[in-house]
Design a binder for this molecule. Structure first.
Ligand code: NAI
Length: 676
C-alpha cells in the first residue's frame, strides 16, 4: 500500500512511519494526511509488531494542523466532528497493543505535539532547532486532538496549563525537564534511541503525585480562580475567549468529547476566524518575500540612534555581518552596550552572544561601506542630511550594493535626487521597537527598480520580519492611518476628556495601548513632526496642545513628562480614574483610522484590503481579534460606517466625511488571501 504523505517501513517487527507531506516544505496534519494515518493504523493493527516509530522526513516533525483548512470551517458542529476524527485516530495510537515512539526534531507544535502525546514515548533531538508547544491559543482556539486531556497527567497540571494558556514553545532541554519528552539525544542517535525504548519498554512517564495536586477537587477551584486572574490581566474574555475555555475545561476535568465540542465553538467563532486570518496574512507576506534572493551578507547601517541601533542589533542577531556608523562615538558606544544586553537576554548562551557581538562592528569612519551589500540609512529626518549622506554613500559602496532609507515621511524621490543611480534606492521602513514589531514597509519610490525591491523583500524575510509593499507617499500606510487616530485622541483631550477615558476607550476596543500613551511612548516631538509632515497632504489639523507641549519640553516618556507623568522606571504615574462617558470616543478614534485606510486604497498606497489589515495588525497591534481595520469595517458594513461618519461630520467637523473610496466597490478586494 502506498500513501501520498507517509512512508511505511518494517524492520525486525518494528514499523517506522515517516511523515513527508507531498508538495510542501513542512508537515501539517491536513484531513488527507489524517485519513492516510488512519489507514496505516488499520494495517498495523492487524500485524504482530514489537513497536511503532513515528518520525518526519522534513526539517521539522509536525508544525500543527493545516491552518488553511480552518478557513473552510464555518459551523461549530462540523469543526467538532473534525476534532473527534483526530481524537479517534490519536486514540488508536494510544491503544495499540505495542509501544509507540515519536522521534521528534525541529518544530513539534499543536496537533503535532498532540500526536506525540498519544505515543507511549517521546524522544527529541537535542539541538537549538527543536521546539515543542501547543500554540493554539494564539489562533483563538485550544488543543482539540486530546491534548487538554493528555498533557496534565504527563507534565503536571500547572505546567500543562502554562503551556496551553501562553502557547509558548520550549526547547528540547526544557521539554526534558518538564517531562514532555522522555529523552533527548543527538541527531545520530535519534532512531537508535527510539528502538531502544521499544526494546526495553520502560514504564511510561507520568507526572509526580505532587504535580497533580492542583487537580484535586478542593484545590481546583481556587487554582482556576488564581490563574483566571492572571489571564484577565492579559486578555479580555469578550475578545479572547480561548484561554478562559482552557481553564474551564481543566476546572471541570473535561474529557475528550467536551474538548471537541468546545473546540468546535472556538474554531467557528469570530475571534479565531480573525486570528487565523491574521496568521495567514503574515504567512503569505513571508511566502511572497521568500521567493526572492537577496544576496546580502554585509549590512552597513548609518545612524545609531533609536532606530539604526536596533536595526543593526537585530540584523546581527539574525546572522548578518553589520557595520554601524554614527558621527557621534558616544552614541556608537551606547549601541554596543545595548546590543550586549539584548543578546544576553535573547541568545542566552555565552558563545552565541559572543558570535553576535563579533558580527556587529561599530564603525565611526564608515569603512564598512566599501564591502557593504546593503546600506540602511537611519539618520535624522532631514532631507538635506539624507541627500548628502547618500551622495557620499554612493561614491563608496560596491556597484551592486542596495541602498535603503528608513525615513518615515520623506518621499523617496526627494532623497534619491543626489544619487547617480536612483533605481537602487528603496525604503525599508522599520517600526519601533524593531525587536517587537514584525512589519517592515517596503517603500517603492517612483524610480525604485523591481530588482532592488525584490532584494529588499527577500532580506526582510531573512530578518524574520514581514515585508509589506507600499507606495512612496506621505506616511506610507501605517503612519498615515495611525496619525488621524492619534490626532483625534489629542483633540478629545483638548475638548476636555480625560486621558484615562480616551486611552480606555481604545484599549476597551482592543488596541494594545491607548493612543495618548502611544504618542507619549513614540515621543511627542516625533509625533508632532510626522503630523506636520502629513498635515499638508492629508489636511490634518495639528492640535495646538501638541505644539505647546513639545515647545515646553514635554516630549513624553523619554523626558519623564508628556500627557502622562512617568516615574524613574518609565511607568506612567496615576493615569487618573475613568468616568462613565456617553461621548462617542471609540467611534471617533477608530472610524478616523478606517476612513483613512479607505483613502489609502483609493490612492493605491497598498494593493488591497488584506495589505491594510496585515500592515495595521503587524505594524501597530490593531485589535488582532477583529482581524484588522478592514475586516472590522466589513463586519460593520460600509453603509453603516458611512452613515456614522456622516453623522460625526455633521456633529463635529468635515474631517469625518466618508472618503470617496467608499463608493468604489472594486477597491475592496482581498488579494493577499484570494479567498477572503
Ligand atoms: P535618532 O535621532 O535617534 O538617531 C539619528 C542618529 O543619526 C543620531 O545618533 C545621529 O548622531 C546620527 N546621524 C545624524 N546624521 C548623521 C550622519 N550624517 N552620519 C552618521 N550619523 C548621523 O533618530 P531615529 O529616531 O533613530 O530616526 C532615524 C530615522 O528613522 C529617521 O529617518 C526617522 O524618521 C526614522 N524612523 C524613526 C522611527 C522612530 O520611532 N523613532 C520609526 C521609524 C522610522
Amino acid at each position: 500500500m502506498s500513501f501520498r504523505h507517509w512512508r511505511v517501513e518494517e524492520d525486525q517487527n518494528v514499523s517506522t512511519i515517516t511523515f513527508d507531506t507531498e508538495g510542501a516544505n513542512a508537515n501539517t496534519l491536513s484531513q488527507e494526511a489524517l485519513d492516510e494515518l488512519a489507514k496505516i493504523l488499520d494495517r498495523l493493527g492487524a500485524m504482530e509488531l514489537e513497536g511503532l516509530i513515528i518520525r518526519s522526513a522534513k526539517g521539522s516533525f509536525i508544525v500543527g494542523a493545516d491552518v488553511n483548512e480552518f478557513r473552510q470551517i464555518d459551523d461549530s458542529a462540523r469543526a467538532a466532528d473534525l476534532a473527534r476524527t483526530g481524537q479517534h485516530i490519536f486514540g488508536r495510537i494510544a491503544s495499540l497493543p505495542f509501544p509507540s515512539v515519536a522521534a521528534i526534531h525541529g518544530h513539534c507544535l499543536g496537533g503535532g505535539l498532540e500526536l506525540a502525546l498519544a505515543c507511549t514515548y517521546r524522544i527529541a533531538r537535542e539541538d537549538e532547532g527543536t521546539r515543542l508547544g501547543l500554540p493554539e491559543v494564539k489562533l483563538g482556539i485550544h488543543p482539540g486532538f486530546g491534548g487538554t486531556v493528555r498533557l496534565p497527567p504527563l507534565v503536571g497540571d500547572l505546567s500543562a496549563l502554562d503551556l496551553m494558556l501562553t502557547g509558548r514553545t520550549v526547547s528540547a532541554r526544557q521539554a526534558r525537564k518538564l517531562g514532555l519528552v522522555d529523552e533527548i539525544v543527538p541527531e545520530r542517535h535519534l532512531l537508535h534511541a527510539a528502538q531502544a525504548f521499544i526494546a526495553k519498554r520502560p514504564r511510561p512517564r507520568r507526572a509526580r503525585w505532587w504535580q497533580r495536586l492542583p487537580a484535586l477537587a478542593p484545590l481546583r477551584k481556587p487554582v482556576a480562580r488564581l490563574l483566571e486572574r492572571r489571564v484577565r490581566a492579559k486578555a479580555n474574555p469578550d475578545h479572547y475567549p480561548a484561554p478562559y475555555r482552557i481553564l474551564e475545561l481543566w476546572r471541570q476535568q473535561a474529557g475528550q468529547e467536551e474538548e471537541a465540542r468546545s473546540l468546535g465553538e472556538m474554531l467557528a467563532g469570530r475571534t479565531s476566524r480573525n486570528l487565523v486570518n491574521v496568521f495567514l496574512l503574515g504567512e503569505e507576506l513571508k511566502r511572497r518575500g521568500k521567493k526572492h534572493q537577496h544576496g546580502i551578507e554585509r549590512v552597513h547601517v548609518v545612524g545609531a540612534g533609536v532606530m539604526g541601533a536596533d536595526i543593526a542589533i537585530w540584523a546581527a542577531a539574525r546572522g548578518f555581518y553589520v557595520s554601524l556608523q554614527d558621527k557621534n562615538p558616544e552614541i556608537l558606544a551606547r549601541a554596543v552596550k545595548k546590543a550586549y544586553g539584548f543578546y544576553k537576554k535573547k541568545l542566552k548562551q555565552p558563545r552565541a552572544v559572543q558570535e553576535a557581538m563579533d558580527r556587529l562592528m561599530p564603525d565611526l569612519a564608515g569603512d564598512g561601506l566599501q564591502r557593504a551589500d546593503l546600506v540602511i540609512e537611519a539618520i535624522v529626518e532631514k532631507v538635506e542630511a539624507k541627500r548628502n549622506l547618500f551622495a557620499e554613500v554612493e561614491a563608496r559602496v560596491p556597484a551592486g550594493a542596495l541602498l535603503a532609507t528608513n525615513t518615515s515621511s520623506i518621499p523617496l524621490e526627494d532623497i534619491a535626487k543626489s544619487l547617480r543611480d536612483p533605481t537602487r534606492l528603496v525604503g525599508l521602513h522599520f517600526f519601533n521597537p524593531v525587536a517587537q514589531m514584525q512589519l517592515v514597509e517596503i517603500v517603492r519610490g517612483a524610480q525604485s527598480s523591481d530588482a532592488a525591491l525584490n532584494r529588499a523583500r527577500g532580506f526582510t524575510v531573512a530578518l524574520d520580519r514581514l515585508p509589506l509593499d507600499v507606495k512612496s507617499s506621505p506616511g506610507f500606510l501605517v503612519n498615515r492611518v495611525l496619525m488621524p487616530y492619534l490626532i483625534e485622541a489629542v483633540t478629545l483631550v483638548e475638548e476636555g476628556h480625560s486621558i484615562a477615558d480616551v486611552d480606555g476607550a481604545a484599549t476597551d476596543f482592543g488596541m494594545p495601548m491607548g493612543p495618548i500613551l502611544l504618542a507619549d511612548t513614540v515621543g511627542l516631538d516625533i509625533a508632532l513632526s510626522v503630523a506636520e509632515e502629513l498635515s499638508g497632504p492629508l489636511s490634518i489639523k495639528v492640535p495646538q496642545r501638541l505644539r505647546d507641549m513639545v515647545a515646553a519640553g514635554s516630549l513624553g516618556k523619554k523626558s519623564g513628562r508628556g500627557f502622562y507623568s512617568y516615574d524613574k522606571k518609565g511607568k506612567p504615574v496615576d493615569p487618573g480614574t475613568r468616568n462613565p462617558t456617553h461621548a462617542p470616543l471609540t467611534e471617533r478614534l477608530i472610524l478616523r483610522m478606517v476612513n483613512e485606510a479607505v483613502a489609502c486604497l483609493r490612492e493605491g498606497v497598498v494593493a488591497d484590503v488584506d495589505s491594510i489589515d496585515a500592515g495595521m495588525v503587524y505594524g501597530t497591534g490593531f485589535a488582532p481579534y477583529l482581524g484588522g481595520p478592514m475586516r472590522y469595517a466589513e463586519t460593520l458594513g460600509d453603509v453603516g460606517i458611512c452613515n456614522t461618519l456622516r453623522r460625526l461630520a455633521q456633529e463635529y467637523d468635515k474631517r469625518f466625511e466618508p472618503d470617496a473610496g467608499w463608493s468604489q466597490r472594486d477597491l475592496f478586494q482581498h488579494q493577499l488571501l484570494a479567498k477572503g
